[in-house]
Design a protein around this ligand. Structure first.
Ligand code: URA
Length: 226
């Protein structure tokens, strides 16, 4: 197992015994998050609901089923990305997380972000959006990527909210369709496209030995999305 995965598992173990806020009193399972620790995209939701509290996995209820559809629109597979929440234990009756719960749990999310070091962060709902844009309204900035400390942050409506409001549903579907373009934009900022290959006619005849040949076409550098 890699050091990165070891560190992420150690963090999940720490979260499972955390008592830094009242939510530990009512949790069945903590929900640290799951997915590919080497992803370039991190999704941050709000907090576990009943299904997540029972299974220890994020976004496995109705909102999770809709998130899976949205990920398909974004052309990403769930197992290729990492999904977590701002609070790792269920707020009773799915109430909003309280300020002291958010601040007690922030250290875990901060460490996850440090470990994964994603290029793109998609926030789901207003609580994860508020980490980056505390004074903005989600209705004004949803779907708009902004660079914050060298990461492209894209605020999205929460899938649960969008499930119940048809106008939000089409907006969030459209916003997710923008993700592949944002990912390309983010990668180009740090991994500029290679210069176009020199045309063979421009290579002087005496310099065409093996070591001067460019990559075979099959070896052309491919930028991976994840
Ligand atoms: N499930 C989660 O894990 N997070 C949410 O924000 C909602 C449902």
């Amino acid at each position: 197992m890699s050091k990165l995965l070891d560190d992420m598992n150690a963090l999940a173990a720490e979260i499972s015994v955390c008592r830094d806020c009242m939510l530990h009193l009512t949790r069945d399972k903590s929900v640290p998050g799951e997915g590919n620790v080497r992803t370039k995209i991190l999704f941050i939701g709000e907090g576990p609901g009943a299904n997540e509290n029972a299974t220890g996995r994020p976004f496995v209820g109705q909102a999770g089923a809709f998130l899976n559809q949205l990920l398909a629109i974004a052309q990403v597979k769930r197992q290729q990305v990492f999904i977590t929440n701002v609070v790792k234990c269920r707020p009773p009756s799915n109430r909003d997380p309280l300020p002291d719960e958010l601040s007690a749990c922030a250290k875990y999310l901060n460490r996850q972000i440090e470990l994964i070091n994603p290029l793109v962060i998609v926030t789901l709902g207003r609580f994860s959006m508020a980490r980056y844009f505390p004074l903005q309204r989600i209705s004004s900035i949803h779907g708009q990527g902004h660079w914050v400390n060298d990461r492209l942050i894209i605020p999205m409506f929460h899938p649960a909210a969008a499930l119940h409001q048809p106008s939000l549903r089409s907006a969030i579907e459209h916003d997710f369709s923008l993700i592949p373009g944002y990912l390309e934009q983010a990668k180009e900022r740090f991994e500029p496209k290679p210069e176009p290959e020199t045309k063979p006619a421009e290579i002087p005849a005496e310099k065409t030995d093996e070591s001067d040949k460019g990559p075979e076409s099959g070896e052309a550098a491919q930028l991976s999305l994840f």
